[in-house]
Design a protein around this ligand. Structure first.
Ligand code: C5P
Length: 317
């Protein structure tokens, strides 16, 4: 095989708690991550010369080494120089459907797909945990994107504990096309405003991180109770993003007042806001109502649902 087509799903955060600082400048987190049906489509081909090439259908996606997918390919060439010499370079085509800089891990899932694709192209036989370990060097969300489904993520976000799968909870995503929130800005601002309440003691940090395992939302996930899950949604970063971005706050308020919405929250560092539903029909209806309430062409709305997997191979040649 010299070409693989991969499906690279987006994620939402059902839960994001900032527990404290880390010596590496990142934050100690307790999150619950959930893969969703909205996905990018990534083709990975072997090419005869020893270069990395990235193409995309989206003008905002860079094709140089500032693209996380490019960085993933570079990492593989460094880690596996013999396979690189044997199989040659890699061409990566990104068919982008996931909004960029949206809090949906679009870049991270593309990088995860490139790791999986090159592992297959070069017949490396890497295990899921080896792929996740490589992914962690690229970004905090990349390991989750490899395996996907529903998982608790602690540490920087790279330490994963799988949770029972959540299938078919329906979701509406809302994102203003031209609105982007910088993730470093969101965490930095949170530290400035709420850093005083960070847990400093290492034992207390570990205890707080492990407490998420027995939290109410995890119990609700075990019962696959969409209504209870929706009541326990949480995202600490809303505390800095909502006041700074009135459009995001407005979306949260509009969703909260719609019939059929089980719960609503911002995903990651935003600006995407999501709402959860029992049925696809309710989700479609609320999408229409929000479109009527906000006639701004800049607002993108998607109906999708929870899924139980991360990167998947769609076909190979
Ligand atoms: O790991 P990633 O590159 O996706 O993180 C983007 C930014 O988000 C980091 O540069 C950092 O500012 C912030 N971050 C953090 N703590 C985490 C994860 C991300 O402060 N656990």
């Amino acid at each position: 095989m010299h070409s693989y087509s991969l499906i690279a799903p987006a994620k939402i955060n059902l839960y994001l708690e900032i527990i404290g600082d880390r010596p590496d400048g990142y934050h100690e987190l307790a999150m619950i991550l959930q893969s969703i049906g909205l996905a990018d489509y990534i083709d990975v081909h072997s090419i005869s010369n020893d270069t990395i090439r990235v193409h995309s259908n989206h003008p905002q996606v860079p094709t140089d080494n500032s693209n996380l997918a490019y960085k993933a390919a570079e990492l593989m060439t460094r880690q596996f120089p013999e396979a690189f010499a044997k199989y040659g370079g890699v061409e990566i085509s990104i068919n982008k459907q996931i909004p960029v800089a949206a809090g949906l891990a679009g870049g991270s899932t593309n990088a995860a797909a490139v790791l999986v694709g090159i592992d297959l192209l070069w017949k490396l036989g890497l295990t899921q945990s080896e792929l996740e370990e490589l992914g962690a060097t690229l970004g905090s969300d990349v390991p989750f994107c490899v395996s996907g489904g529903t998982a608790i993520a602690t540490g920087r976000g790279e330490q994963l504990s799988p949770l029972p799968s959540l299938d078919k909870i329906y979701i509406v995503l809302a994102k203003y096309r031209s609105l982007e929130v910088s993730t470093p800005w969101a965490y930095k601002t949170y530290r400035q405003e709420f850093g005083n309440s960070y847990i400093r003691d290492t034992n207390d940090l570990a205890a707080r991180a492990s407490a998420v395992h027995s939290g109410e939302i995890v119990k609700a996930i075990a019962l696959a109770d969409a209504g209870k899950i929706a009541q326990k949604l949480h995202n600490d970063l809303e505390r800095v993003v909502l006041p700074a971005y009135p459009q995001v706050l407005q979306l949260r308020e509009i969703f909260a007042n719609q019939e059929g919405v089980l719960g609503t929250m911002m995903s990651g560092s935003g600006p995407t806001v999501f709402a959860l539903f029992e049925s696809e029909q309710q989700a479609e209806q609320v999408k229409l109502h929000v479109r009527e309430a906000i006639s701004d062409e800049d607002l993108e709305l998607f109906v999708t649902r929870t899924i139980t997997h991360g990167i998947q191979v769609a076909s190979s040649i």
